[in-house]
Ligand binder design. Structure first.
Ligand code: NAD
Ligand code: MG
Length: 380
């Protein structure tokens, strides 16, 4: 079989570079056809030199970009819809990944989705793009929890699944009291105990907004209602999630934390290929595995996000847009850590009541949420 053509959107990020490492180990199966990045031309040039893609795009070229590269935000959709692309790895961070997810699915591609934000914002519209596109459009999660759930469900029918239990590391503030969390610095929030990731998702893991995004992501991916999706804190990040079946049996997927496995599985699903994990699983070394309930009082973003998911309409897009804008302000030092959930709550209160008739409605809600948060802190 010819190697499958891969487009990596966000190739310079944490998931993008991990994807390139995975593909380099499986050159007989996959080859890089297209790469896109936001602005890191130096790294993009290095990646281009080693993988020889036919298409390279950079959103903001700057002085050191290659003249042959495509430029501007349109490069994501261009890369994602090329005829020689079989799988699009969407490793862009944030709402910026939405149009490429939609376009790739409509064009009949497999989307290996790390960019959970596009499913949270686009929800039903993303699923519709799968169903009503050219055919062959397929959404396969890269997120470790959702990869675990997909692996546990396997070919079982949805009617046999009774509950999903997503694991959460608890983030760097798991053992901090509310008073200390209120004074957390950017450095504190970026100090994740078990995963090394981009800055935005690392802050989301500290507020637990990431887990709310993942609950909404699971709701859409596996068509499970919110009252049958639970979250449990599991500080070791060894069990990547559980699935409970109707007869009471519970399956889990385990492994030392690495994104390379879920990335590879998103490329090969439903098959598996031989790979050499950096750390072979060792139950004794992984021991003990512990679990605790989430303390929603200290991490209000989690409940706010799940409630936005239940509300539906534009609410998930408002939640995500407000969170992205607040995290951006937090990372620049403009607002404090507790201002992030405060901003989300304020935006949801003001903007979440509208229905989502079209993708334009959710895009408008995303923009309105960002503006709301900017205005909220303007006088500071
Ligand atoms: P990152 O910040 O390391 O990388 C983001 C990539 O997107 C970069 O290549 C950047 O150039 C590109 N990008 C940023 N803004 C863009 C824009 N406006 N337009 C086009 N491209 C843009 O982020 P990451 O940690 O790799 O996360 C990427 C996605 O994967 C996020 O949605 C995150 O939630 C998800 N995810 C990440 C991990 C992880 O371990 N890092 C795990 C699960 C899910
Ligand atoms: Mg995850």
């Amino acid at each position: 079989m010819r190697p499958r053509g891969i487009a990596i959107l966000g190739s310079t990020g944490s998931i993008g570079t991990a994807t390139l490492r995975v593909i380099a180990r499986h050159a007989d199966q996959f080859h890089v056809v297209a790469l896109t990045a936001f602005g890191n031309a130096t790294l993009l040039r290095e990646q281009t030199a080693s993988t020889h893609p036919r298409y390279v795009g950079i959103v903001t070229p700057g002085g050191d970009a290659d003249r042959a590269w495509a430029t501007g935000a349109e490069c994501l959709v261009e890369a994602a819809t090329r005829p020689d692309v079989d799988v699009v790895v969407n490793a862009v961070v944030g709402a910026a990944g939405l149009q490429a997810t939609l376009a790739a699915l409509r064009a009949g591609k497999r989307v290996a989705l790390a960019n959970k934000e596009s499913l949270v914002i686009g929800g039903e519209f993303v699923l519709r793009a799968c169903r009503e596109g050219r055919g062959g459009g397929e959404l396969v999660p890269v997120d470790s929890e959702h990869s675990a759930i997909m692996q546990c469900i396997g070919a079982r029918p949805e009617s046999e699944v009774s509950r999903l239990i997503l694991t959460a590391s608890g983030g760097p503030f798991r053992e901090w009291d509310a008073e200390r969390i209120a004074k957390a610095t950017v450095q504190d929030a970026l100090n994740h105990p078990t995963w090394t990731m981009g800055r935005k998702i690392t802050v989301d893991s500290a507020t637990l907004a990431n887990k709310a995004l993942e609950v909404i992501e699971a709701h859409y991916l596996f068509d499970v209602p919110y009252d049958r999706i639970d979250v449990v804190v599991h500080p070791q990040s060894i069990i990547h999630s559980f699935v409970e079946f109707v007869d009471g049996s519970v399956l889990a997927q385990l492994g030392f934390p690495t994104m390379e496995l879920p990335i590879l599985y998103a490329l090969t699903h439903p098959g598996r290929v031989a790979d050499a994990p950096a750390h072979r699983f060792d139950p004794a070394a992984a021991s003990p595995l512990t679990f605790e309930p989430v303390d929603v009082g200290r991490f209000p973003s989690l409940a706010l996000g799940i409630q936005a998911g239940r509300t539906g309409g534009v609410a998930p897009a408002v939640f995500n847009g407000a969170n992205e804008q607040a995290v951006c302000l937090f990372l620049t030092g403009a607002i404090g850590f507790p201002d992030v959930p405060r901003a989300i709550e304020s935006a949801l209160g003001a903007l979440s009541g509208l229905a989502a008739e079209s993708i334009d409605d959710v895009v408008a809600a995303d923009a309105a949420a960002r503006l709301h948060v900017t205005e909220l802190f303007r006088e500071r």
